[in-house]
Design a protein around this ligand. Structure first.
Ligand SMILES: [Ca+2]
Ligand SMILES: [Ca+2]
Length: 238
């Protein structure tokens, strides 16, 4: 039994649109300077603008020149998010990828998944030391302000673990180390499925304005755990 307090995401609106998987969201059909379009194919379900800040598509931000969506906390440290809501998944592996960049060193958690009860499943955090972490003490990689990096997360909703690969060179994930067996921040017994992938700012002990740029969000189903095991078994024969 984990001592971790239950972390709930209580302010997701009930009016969010479910997106069909797979999703590949580039924000390239949006207008720079405006909020992203919501609810359509390959679009976010919802945004929640941080009080005193903004969420706008920009031509470039934090070194991402491919028209990302940008959460700017306006120096408030307040919570803002870009959410993708899909039909609840509890029997498959979900692959999630994104291109991210932060404007400064900060304590925050740019990526969260949440179940249909609004309980947070896992968090990918960052800290003022330039580390990317699993929010439970495992360092997954490092980041440099203004330098984009790609993230691949495989969330196994059957055994309730996740893996994370950081691609710093933006040359693909194949040459990068994958941290496996990562745990949810809440007791897995409480979590019944995964329903939301969110990108967010929520900083603490961080001065100045914090900006998270997000682009090229991919969400796809990778099959069941049995399929993965079978495939591993087949590969082991060769
Ligand atoms: Ca883009
Ligand atoms: Ca790489």
């Amino acid at each position: 039994m984990k001592a971790t307090a239950i972390i709930l995401m209580l302010f997701l609106a009930v009016s969010t649109f479910a997106v069909d998987l797979p999703v590949y969201c580039t924000f390239d059909s949006d207008t720079p300077g405006s909020p992203p379009a919501l609810g359509g194919p390959h679009q976010p379900s919802e945004i929640s603008t941080p009080p005193g800040g903004s969420i706008l598509v920009q031509a470039d931000a934090n070194g991402i020149a491919s028209q990302p969506c940008v959460i700017d906390d306006g120096g408030t440290g307040n919570y803002g998010l870009i959410a993708f809501m899909f039909e609840p998944i509890s029997t498959q592996i979900i692959r999630m990828e994104a291109l991210l960049s932060l404007n400064q060193l900060m304590n925050s958690y740019p990526i969260q998944t949440i179940d249909s009860q609004a309980i947070v499943a896992f968090r990918m955090g960052v800290n003022n030391l330039g580390e990317i972490n699993d929010y439970l003490g495992t360092v997954l990689g490092t980041y440099t302000p203004g330098v984009p990096f790609a993230v691949r997360i495989d969330a196994n909703t059957i055994n309730e673990t996740w893996s994370c690969t950081i691609d710093d060179e933006l040359n693909g994930f194949e040459d990068d180390f994958t941290h496996t067996g990562l745990e949810y921040v809440n007791n897995p017994d409480l979590i019944i499925d995964l329903k939301y992938l969110t990108f967010c700012t929520n900083t603490w002990d961080t001065a100045g304005t914090s900006i998270l740029a997000v682009d090229n969000v991919r969400i796809e189903l990778m099959g069941t755990d049995i399929d993965q095991t079978t495939w591993s078994g087949i590969k082991a024969l060769y």
